[in-house]
Each structure stands twice: as structure tokens, then as C-alpha cells.
Ligand binder design. Structure first.
Ligand SMILES: N[C@@H](CCC(=O)N[C@@H](CS)C(=O)NCC(=O)O)C(=O)O
Length: 270
């Protein structure tokens, strides 16, 4: 799972790989990294999340939850980034790795907290949607969880919710740090696999938020290693709008001065 039956029958006629994705979406980043690592070419269909293109009927006929990414492989439609990367790496035994799917499941489960923290600690710096646009989204997007998330964002997330999310992220990073503490090069051993790829966007994203990675030195070293790879540059960094890191760093500094940045939550400052 999940390969799904396309709601849009024209998908069935597509040849090769087609990827619906967004530049800053962490789930899209992991798929682009696998594509870069495997050298597979694909047709890119950008979905402008900042213009609510994922609320269009046309896009929701491709992805029933109205989320990115979605992938068509010769007309077979896949959603869920973890399943997509496993599918794309299936023919490369080393990259696909073997055995324990736990790290992939963990990366998948970590998405909700990454999203919450991204919206609070990075995207709140952006102009927020007008009342008209917000109302149109509520009317046209069929994903009730996403609609609720947008309403929560507009109202302000409860501090307890942010606290709990930051604590879970911290526990996840500590777990990875513990795995890496036996001296292995990559998350599952000596070979770079999709387990590493699944986590690269997460560490990158929290780095943008000013996460204190000094508390997980093995994970920090791992990130130094994996971020040397060409795929990290071409599939992740180069897709971010110019000046992204600088803008978010300035916003994080501002919030730190106010005592409201991510380090003020989840016991990170203790
Ligand atoms: N579990 C899904 C999550 C997909 C997801 O949440 N995608 C985000 C971007 S990473 C999205 O489309 N967000 C739309 C929005 O926030 O409006 C996956 O791994 O593909």
C-alpha cells in the first residue's frame, strides 16, 4: 500500500514517472532525493500549496486526501511518501535496504509533528491567508483533518500541543542518536538506504527551526555526512526558494529573543 485506483482515469495513460510535489514539502523532498540517488527521470508537476492548488477538484482527483506527493509509474498511482520511496528504490537492493521497516514507520509517524512545528515556528512568519481564501479552502478541500489543521493554525496552536509535539520529536531524534552511537555510518549500518533518506528532510527542517542538535551529537554527525551527498543539494536545498534559510533564521532569532522559539517548548531549554 498504497497504490490506489486513480480517480482521474487519464492517469492510467501516463508513461514513465510523473511526480506531483511541492518545493518545501518534506514528503516531496524524500521522494526527490530517491529519484536523484537512483538517477530516474520524471515529469515534474508542481502543486502550489501556497496557492491552494491542492484544494482543486483536479488535484483531489489524483490524490484523494489532497496532499503531496503523488506518483504515477506507467499509470500506476501511488500516494504516501514512505510507500513511494520504497517503490522507487525497489530495484536497488542496497538503497532499499532490508529488514526492519521501523525507521520508515517512525519517519511516517513523525510527519504530523514536523508539520505542526513547521507551521508554528517557520510558516507563521509568512503572510497568512485572507478570510476569503481560508473560507474557500474550507469549502473545497475534502480532507477534514487538513481543514481542521488550517483552522487551528489561524486560531493559534495550544501551547500544550506544541509542547507534546516537541517532546515526541526530541524522543525520535534521541532514538536515532542512540542507534548511531554504536559507530555505524548510516541509520541501519554501513550502507546508505531509504531509511536515511526518509529522515534527511526532518533533520533539515528542524535545523531550520534552530533545533539544538548538539544534544544528539551522533545524529548531528550523521546529518553532516548525508548532507554532503549531491542528492541533498539537488533534490532538497536547490528546490527551496532563494533566501529560505536566511529568512527563517532571522524569524527564529526574533522568536528566540521573545522566548517563543522552538527551544522554549518540550523541555528543550532545560
Ligand atoms: N503521510 C503523507 C503525508 C502527506 C502530507 O502531509 N503532505 C503535506 C506536505 S509534506 C501536504 O500536502 N500539505 C498540504 C498543506 O499543508 O496544506 C505522506 O507521507 O505522503
Amino acid at each position: 500500500m498504497p497504490e490506489i485506483e486513480p480517480g482521474d482515469p487519464s492517469i492510467r495513460a501516463l508513461d514513465g514517472l510523473h511526480l506531483w510535489h511541492a518545493p518545501m514539502s518534506s514528503c516531496s523532498q524524500r521522494v526527490r532525493i530517491v529519484l536523484a540517488e537512483t538517477g530516474q527521470s520524471y515529469e515534474s508537476h508542481l502543486v502550489a500549496l501556497d496557492k491552494d492548488e491542492h484544494a482543486s477538484a483536479a488535484y483531489q482527483a489524483i490524490h484523494p486526501d489532497g496532499l503531496v506527493p503523488a506518483l504515477s509509474d506507467d499509470g500506476r498511482l501511488f500516494i504516501e511518501s514512505i510507500d513511494i520511496i520504497a517503490h522507487l528504490a525497489a530495484h536497488e537492493a542496497d538503497l532499499a535496504g532490508s529488514g526492519d521497516p521501523t525507521l520508515l514507520q517512525m519517519a511516517d509517524a513523525a510527519q504530523a509533528d514536523l508539520k505542526l512545528c513547521t507551521h508554528e515556528f517557520l510558516f507563521r512568519s509568512r503572510p497568512q491567508p485572507s478570510a476569503e481564501r481560508a473560507a474557500a479552502f474550507q469549502k473545497t478541500h475534502q480532507n477534514a483533518t487538513l481543514r481542521q489543521f488550517k483552522r487551528d493554525m489561524a486560531e493559534g496552536f495550544a501551547p500544550e500541543r506544541l509542547d507534546a509535539a516537541v517532546r515526541r520529536v526530541d524522543a525520535g531524534f534521541r532514538h536515532l542518536d542512540e542507534l548511531l552511537s554504536d559507530g555505524r555510518t548510516y541509520l541501519t549500518g554501513a550502507v546508505f538506504t531509504i531509511n536515511d533518506i526518509a529522515w534527511m528532510p526532518n533533520v533539515h527542517r528542524f535545523d531550520l527551526m534552530g533545533w539544538p542538535f548538539a544534544r544528539t551529537p551522533h545524529l548531528s554527525d550523521w546529518f553532516d555526512r548525508v548532507s554532503q551527498r549531491d542528492s541533498y543539494q539537488t533534490a532538497l536545498v536547490e528546490w527551496e526558494p532563494e533566501g529560505t534559510a536566511e529568512k527563517f533564521a532571522a524569524y527564529t532569532q526574533k522568536r528566540r529573543a521573545e522566548g517563543t522559539d522552538i527551544r522554549a517548548y518540550g523541555g528543550l531549554g532545560e
